[in-house]
Design a protein around this ligand. Structure first.
Ligand code: ZN
Length: 157
């Protein structure tokens, strides 16, 4: 099973401010900035070999990342791993009592399938899984059904 780090999500109050450290000190470059209305967040991607930093700036206070900042301040928000089969991982989670946050799977940046596992069930870190770019999964277009939609709100913390 090939799993790799996709990105490290960091909640920030301002991408304009935060990118200075990552660009000027670490030497990374912002490759893209995208607003994802459905998640209420603006995302800046700074790739490096083997992964990416994902800076997450809330579009308003009343969003999952906005509420995260309110409670925790800036900091590590989630780790994202690319997995061979998002559906299979969600089912494995269900089998082990691991709840997802929000709709799972759903479509994330770059059209990838994504899902989030609640930190209560992952030893304290919100874990995102994502599929390969451009789908990358053969057959079975169906989801795992509504059962995968958590009772939990969109807030992981
Ligand atoms: Zn992410």
């Amino acid at each position: 099973m090939s799993v790799r780090l996709a990105h490290i999500g960091i909640a920030v109050r301002s991408i304009v401010d935060a990118r200075i450290f990552y660009e000027e000190v670490l030497g990374l470059e912002v490759e893209s900035v995208e607003e994802i209305e459905s998640e209420g967040v603006k995302v800046a991607l700074l790739p490096f070999p083997g992964g990416e930093i994902e800076l997450l700036e809330p579009l308003s206070e009343d969003t999952p990342v906005g509420r995260f900042l309110e409670k925790h301040g800036e900091g590590l928000h989630h780790l994202s791993f690319e997995v061979p089969d998002v559906h299979r991982s969600i089912v494995a989670g269900i089998e082990h009592g691991v709840e997802t946050v929000g709709e799972a799977p759903r479509t994330g940046a770059e059209g990838r399938e994504i899902a989030f596992f609640h930190p209560l069930f992952t030893h304290g870190v919100l874990i995102e899984i994502c599929g390969r770019k451009n789908g990358g999964r053969d057959g079975d277009p169906g989801g795992v059904g509504d059962g995968a939609v958590s009772e939990l709100s969109g807030d992981a913390y």
